[in-house]
Design a protein around this ligand. Structure first.
Ligand SMILES: [Zn+2]
Ligand SMILES: [Zn+2]
Length: 104
């Protein structure tokens, strides 16, 4: 997927449910992290775990919310910026929560 250089820099949180481009995957377990293409500019993006809703009930679905942000390395016209500025929440639910990111 080609990086979109013409996306204008904007420090904004994208709305919940923003579809993720294909290619997102779990890249670390401890601490948990995901990585994949930015939904705005298709550059590399990364997200550490922020919330884990496993309450210990064996039958309950595990839900994870990861705060991800673009880290593509391009300025996108922003002063001193190193990404397009976008961030968003990635939500994973079991069984995918452990190993795989839904491609939206
Ligand atoms: Zn981006
Ligand atoms: Zn970018």
């Amino acid at each position: 997927m080609e990086h979109k250089d013409d996306v204008k820099y904007a420090a904004e949180i994208m709305p919940g449910g923003t579809p993720l481009p294909a290619g997102w995957k779990v890249v670390a377990k401890e601490p948990f992290a995901v990585s994949g293409p930015c939904p705005s500019c298709f550059g590399n993006a990364y997200g550490p775990l922020i919330k884990d809703f496993d309450d210990g009930e064996p039958d309950r679905e595990l839900t994870r919310e990861i705060y991800a942000e673009c880290s593509c390395g391009f300025s996108h016209g922003g002063d001193g910026a190193t990404s397009c500025g976008r961030s968003w929440i990635v939500t994973l639910q079991s069984p995918d929560a452990e190993t795989r990111v839904n491609d939206g």
